[in-house]
Design a protein. Structure first.
Length: 315
């Protein structure tokens, strides 16, 4: 079974989630037909006494080395742009997206992962101190060299996203075609500050959906799609910016649909994302097999038209 519209987030593999548990989740995911694995060179600096990341990539490298043939079954995505320059440096003092910064970061990521290329390379943030021509040109050079398959933009303002595409066309290099933002079934209140790791433009909006719907060259990815377990766990709560009547209404609808279908609320959220227009690939995190199983179930769940219409009702 292949082609699940899902990505496994490896952010805490090798740090909060130990090697044995991480390997088991990776095996479970691949055995179920999962392909994309998403990480970053800065994961998880906030959990490391050194103040630097790399633990996730290093763990993935060990897993790949111990699983002959698995590299041909998976697609790797990693990121550059948020690794602190020194302990406590995030978010003010992080690596640059200039040529030297990207070249050095990619070389390190490939070494940690033990591979000669990554299938997708994300700009983890927008570095406005570096000319866009230099950032996009450097990414494009790595695509041409075969060390990068595709280019993605994470946490970028939409107008900068479009400008990056125009710059790529002007330079004659590979254009970014993947866009990663935070998105889920519930939405934050309008005009509230984004507190998700300091990413100012981290939320996927209706404008982004419209943009991607009219331009099929874009692939949308969503991080934190399951709200860190808040849909299914009573001990988890939604962040403050989601505290509004729309969240209450949507969670009630979600609970009703999940009960009718006999699946978890998280499974319904995943199905809602992957079956929408445009489809959105959720990056799901998991620390236990049953959590990952719920996401895999959702990726295979085809919501009937009337069920999707009910989920999509205005707040």
């Amino acid at each position: 079974m292949t082609g699940l519209n899902l990505a496994l987030g490896a952010m805490e593999f090798g740090s909060r989630i130990d090697e044995k548990a991480s390997f088991a989740l990776l095996d479970q995911y691949v055995d179920a037909g999962g392909e994309w694995i998403d990480t970053a060179n800065c994961y998880a600096f906030w959990q490391n006494p050194s103040g630097h990341g790399g633990q996730s990539e290093e763990l993935l490298g060990r897993w790949i080395a111990q699983r002959p043939g698995v590299r041909d079954r998976i697609k790797l995505a990693t990121k550059v742009g948020c690794e602190p320059l020194h302990p406590g440096g995030y978010p003010a003092h992080v690596e640059s997206l200039d040529q030297a910064g990207i070249d050095a970061a990619l070389s390190t990521s490939l070494r940690r992962l033990g591979v000669d290329h990554v299938d997708l390379y994300w700009a983890h943030r927008d570095d406005r101190a570096t000319p866009l021509e230099e950032t996009i040109g450097t990414f494009g050079r790595h695509v041409a060299a075969g060390t990068v398959g595709h280019i993605g933009l994470s946490n970028w303002a939409l107008w900068r996203t479009e400008r990056a595409r125009a710059v790529a066309v002007g330079l004659g290099v590979e254009a970014p075609s993947y866009l990663q933002l935070q998105y889920s079934y519930v939405r934050p209140r309008p005009l509230v500050a984004d507190r998700t790791g300091g990413h100012r433009f981290g939320w996927l909006t209706d404008e982004t959906i419209d943009y991607a719907t009219t331009d099929p060259n874009w692939n949308l990815w969503a991080y934190t799609p399951l709200m860190s377990g808040a849909y299914d766990r009573d001990d988890k709560s939604f962040p403050q910016e989601y505290d509004h009547p729309g969240t209450t209404a949507r969670v009630e609808t979600l609970a009703k649909v999940a009960a009718e279908l006999g699946v978890s609320r998280s499974s319904v959220v995943v199905a809602w994302l992957v079956g929408g227009t445009p489809a959105v690939r959720p990056i799901v995190g998991a620390s236990r097999p049953e959590q990952l199983a719920a996401s895999l179930e959702g990726a295979r769940l085809d919501l009937p038209g009337d069920v999707r219409a009910e989920l999509d009702k205005p707040w």
